[in-house]
Design a protein around this ligand. Structure first.
Ligand SMILES: [Zn+2]
Length: 286
């Protein structure tokens, strides 16, 4: 038995066929088209990967439970697109469309660094911050399917302007692009390289960045009480460098820190495949 998942990213659509454990059997990538051509591309990618009766799709933005893309700020023309209903009618199979970060979280939970956890928070630090929350052995989707938008948790009232139009969102301070802002324009890679060679400005930037990451993780822990937090995304390649500072700031920011078990912080295991694998495995739930 195998399952097909497609992760729609800002620049590419990544499709996989996996077995029931999430092992990738086949993998394809195409450039992300204009939103008006998205369903056509997904249909042809499904046929290319073929051999299954289900399809899971991850799309950035707000997705309704029946698979309508309400809004996707980074995809041109994506407003009220009926991706799920259209694919179901064209393919005649079971199709589920979900927020891409939720799908990546699902992948890490089912086949990655949070495997087996009953309570987990999965955080993706990329251009923005995405995530997913597992509580009581269930992925939390909220009343409308919009739960887990952890990047838009406000950590600074009237702070930096966010792409969402509001101010002070966590992703303005603790994402890959925030790292660039904090460093005055350096890439994350360059900041971490300079910090590991002891350059003082870079060390200062990394410490400030770690602090902002920790503030958000502590708030999420105060709310969700997870046993594990998984941190993924582009920033993670050098994350070992900041993990110690994050842990230290995290302990300081956590409510009643000395009197409670702390969640284990893990680096994500599936890398950029987490989204597509999560999409495919989502359909194993029946
Ligand atoms: Zn925001």
């Amino acid at each position: 038995m195998s399952f097909v998942g497609i992760d729609v990213g800002g620049t590419k659509c990544h499709g996989v066929r996996v077995d029931e454990h999430g092992l990738v059997l086949e993998e394809i990538r195409y450039p992300t088209p204009h939103a008006s051509d998205l369903v056509d591309l997904l249909e042809s990618m499904f046929h290319e990967l073929s051999g299954t009766q289900t399809l899971g799709v991850g799309v950035p933005g707000l997705i309704t439970p029946d698979g309508i893309v309400r809004a996707s700020p980074n995809m041109k023309g994506a407003h009220n697109i009926a991706v799920g209903p259209e694919l179901r009618s064209r393919l005649g199979i079971s199709v589920h469309v979900e927020n891409d970060a939720t799908m990546a979280a699902f992948g890490e939970w089912k086949a990655g660094a949070a495997i087996g956890a009953m309570n987990a928070v999965i955080v993706t630090l990329g251009t923005g911050i995405g995530g997913g929350i597992v509580m009581g052995g269930q992925l939390q989707r909220g009343a409308n399917g919009f739960a887990g938008e952890i990047g838009h948790m406000v950590v600074q009232h009237n702070g930096e302007l966010c792409v969402c139009g509001r101010r002070g969102c966590w992703e303005r301070y603790a994402s890959g692009s925030a790292l660039r802002m904090l460093s005055g324009g350096m890439s994350g890679e360059d900041v971490f390289a300079a910090a590991s060679s002891g350059e003082s400005h870079a060390l200062f930037v990394v410490a400030a960045f770690a602090d902002w990451v920790a503030v958000g993780l502590a708030s999420l822990t105060n709310i969700c009480d997870p046993e594990v937090i998984v941190i993924g995304g582009g920033v993670v390649q050098s994350f070992e460098l900041v993990l110690e500072s994050v842990s230290k700031s995290f302990s300081a920011a956590l409510y009643s820190s000395e009197s409670r078990p702390h969640p284990v912080l893990h680096v994500a295991a599936l890398g950029e495949r987490a989204g597509a694998i999560g999409c495919a495995l989502f359909m194993t739930q029946g």
